[in-house]
Design a binder for this molecule. Structure first.
Ligand code: SF4
Length: 358
């Protein structure tokens, strides 16, 4: 008797029905990709195999598609103000290409009034068209402004529409639909900046013309590792970085020593600034705690911020020594993480001068 698992059936359904694009995505960097870790994007474009233990969490991607296809696009299309057309959306979506950069925009509203965003504080959008972008949002996130990667994405869309079509949008409107309560929609307007578009174009070229993953920085890691948690290439990326560590210790020439000394000085200056900023941060937090204590409250909300102070339970950890002493062998359950690398910089203290006796 075969078992019934709805999850397995849905997983297989999604795997068997990948999204089909009319444009060869291996040839360009898409607007939604260009702001992501450059090394990861290069690995995607070169068709690198994901790590063997990677699990594709398709949920957020599918959620976005479902909301866009079944709610957002038909909803907008059915409620267009008189004289406004909804272009490049739904079945009419188009992939626009400029060099190595491409974008498949969610839609363009043409024939809009220039004051259509005055409710968002923009008296004149500078054109009679407006790029619109559909995003869905994890309900736990409280957004105060458009996410940086989404703002970057709509800059690419505006730039590509300006480059490839007769339309010259000056603004984009990003809508965030709460994934739990679809009636909760937050909107942010983004004005077009040609410099950001030019930077995206240059970045796409740099990614697509790199010949090896090592030529591109591990930006996910450099930014703190948040992006790495869902990256299909974690093991491969670590291998690339580790494989580039020289096996030898070679003496440097005079010029190279001077140049390298400057790099060490720059690192030390940045470290001091970071430590000073860290101390100021800790001090500022402590003054906030003190203020809350004095005013006998643990939560304060302002217009665009809130502060909450609450106790947190200690982390449960495993006492390995006690387990071993009790004769429990934990080694079969140990798992090795991805290999990493470490750069140690030690500053030698100046040696005291030896006094010579006469
Ligand atoms: S593991 Fe992190 S740094 Fe490496 S490619 Fe993936 S996202 Fe980039």
């Amino acid at each position: 008797m075969s078992r019934i698992s709805i999850k397995s059936m849905l997983d297989r359904h999604v795997a068997a029905n990948p999204k089909v694009w009319d444009h060869d995505r291996a040839m360009t960097v898409g607007a939604s990709e260009v702001g992501q870790c450059a090394r990861k994007t290069w690995l995607v474009k070169t068709n690198a195999a994901p790590d063997a233990d990677h699990v594709d969490r398709y949920g957020a991607r599918l959620r976005g598609d479902l909301i866009e296809i079944h709610h957002w696009e038909p909803g907008i299309r059915s409620q267009l103000p008189e004289g406004v057309r909804f272009l490049f959306a739904g079945k009419d979506q188009k992939t626009l290409v400029d060099g190595y950069l491409s974008a498949t925009s969610d839609g363009l509203l043409a024939g809009v009034s220039r004051s259509c965003l005055d409710h968002l504080g923009i008296a004149d959008i500078g054109a009679d068209c407006l790029v619109v972008e559909c995003k869905s949002l994890d309900p736990r996130i409280d957004l105060k402004e458009a996410k940086a990667e989404h703002a970057f994405q709509v800059h690419c869309q505006m730039g590509l529409i300006r480059h490839c079509t007769e339309y010259q949008p000056e603004h984009a409107l990003i809508s965030y639909t709460d994934a739990s309560f679809l009636d909760d929609v937050t909107e942010f307007a983004v004005p077009f900046d040609p410099d950001i578009y030019a930077a995206a174009r240059t970045r796409a070229t740099r990614i697509m013309t790199a010949e090896a993953a090592l030529e591109l920085p591990a930006e996910g890691k450099l930014a703190g590792g948040g992006e790495c948690r869902y990256c299909p290439f974690r093991g491969r990326c670590a291998g690339v970085t580790l494989g580039a560590i020289p096996g030898e210790i070679e003496p440097l020439g005079d010029n190279a020593m001077v140049a390298f000394g400057a790099l060490v000085d720059a690192e030390q200056t940045a470290r001091s600034e970071k430590e000073a900023a860290g101390r100021r941060h800790v001090d500022a937090q402590e003054r906030i705690r003190q203020f809350l204590r004095e005013h006998r409250t643990r939560k304060v909300e302002g217009d665009d911020w809130s502060v909450t102070w609450f106790p947190v339970k200690g982390r449960v950890s495993l006492d390995r020594k006690a387990a071993t002493a009790a004769g429990v062998d934990l080694s079969p359950f140990e798992k090795e993480g991805d290999p990493g690398e470490r750069l140690t910089i030690k500053i030698k203290q100046p040696q005291p001068r030896k006094e010579t006796c006469k």
